[in-house]
Ligand binder design. Sequence first.
Ligand SMILES: [Zn+2]
Length: 548
Amino acid sequence: MPRHPATILGLALVSSLAVPACGVLGLDADVLSIDAARRGFEVPARPVIVFYVDGLRKDVFETLASNGEMPRLRRHLLDRAASVRSAVASVPSLTYTNAVSMLTGCWPSSHDVWSNVWFDRDQLLTRNYDDDCERADSDLVRPSMFELYENDLTASVALPFKRASKISLASSARSAGRLAWLSWAFNRKKDADRILAEQMYEIGEQARQIGEWPAFIAVHLPATDNTGHEEGCDTEKYRKAVANLEAGIGEVLETLANGGMLETLTIVLTSDHGHHPTPRSFQLDEFLNNELQVPILHAEDNDGDDSYLDRFERYSPQRGVLITNGERVASLHLRRGESWRERPGLEEILAFPGGAGREGSTLPDRLLNASALGLIAVRDGVDAVRVHGRLGVAAIERERVADGDVAFRYRVLSGEDPLEYRRDARLASWIDEGAHPSREWLAATAELDYPDAVPQLSMAFDHVRSGDVLLFAAPGWGFSDEYAGGHGALAREEMLVPLYIAGPGIRSGAEVPAARLVDLVPTLIELVGLEIPPATRFDGVSFAPLLR
Ligand SMILES: [Zn+2]
């Protein structure tokens, strides 16, 4: 819940509602309108607009589109677009993590905004972006699209982060300063749509005053995710929230079409993660305290402004710090010695919290006593991860191969494959061949229940903010009794996102079998020919050649 609306309101750069729009054809004054003959602004050579619909399940969206419930979205976008059959979000499948991955082309472990809530054992601090979204702007260490477009006009609408975005809209005068995501938080979905319309009007107004349409616009639509949490993504209300995109995005596309801009624009529709119904809830902190009987702090409040001494005194007595990163994922940070600085090794994690009477029962075994927990991932040094499930235990090992590249080996250590990949005989024999590169794992598992989990679990632990153990909720379970739905774990319906791209040079109907959300930035840069600093590195790979 946002707690500092006043500071966020300050981000709206120009309030131009008082200035009458040229080119408005007698329509309602605060709906974006573009007269193709007299636009009032220059359009850059290859403008991009990204519609980022929060928590949009690909299957629900596609069913509605194919049922004819989204005629404008189909006509102006889907029927003209190329798409990715299985586009996967980054682990953990949470909003801040993936909003930043979507707009930097980098993994959470390399952009540093590791999850919505995290603990950092080196700095001894807890960060919670849900309570203070401004922090994401300063925590982000990789350049976002707004920085890569540094010489062009850019705009963002209600984004979870917006550093360097030149026009940054979060509110409008007509809505009395209410933010789109405040409306979303208070369940006023119609308001959220109306605010989107107003913000697009604002962009049009500012473009006319500046004389230039933004080269890059990213628009965040939060209402679907909110409905997924409040009602569950298997409900009629969620379906209606998705169908409502026809009103919000459909209206904007129609205006752009009437303004003669549709053919020039590269238009993306995607999401940060999917959604998963969670009718059952589980109190993880109570369970851990009962099960482990050592001091474990369930940290959730921002404390970066407290003095180091205060934080030192807060965390020093704890044997563990539990972070509920999101509704279906949590991380456990364990202290092995006197100081929080040293990370525990595999044997120390498995034996945690030590003491007598628990020989033979490892920490993951004890965690899996809770039916709410489905998979437990344990860090095993720098290059290995253990995956524990009820079916069995497996190891992911990362190997350095030629040219600084890496490959991942996956071995079942006991019982059956916890990720269930080996149920497919062909995949099992491919796995047995040895280590495979990251992109091959993506291609081999994109259609399965845990898409891309082998390379992504390995890389998730590359940041200290991941903790030592990741706890993923079992199907149907969430870590809060407030919500009927959530995301953050590894299941297909929360990891998969829709990804459509339409624009000049893109073949309508082209389908890329598998890609990652981190591929979007390098793809867009290649599609529009944006010149970027040569040292810029992405974790994603452009799939632009497959769209032509
Ligand atoms: Zn969410």
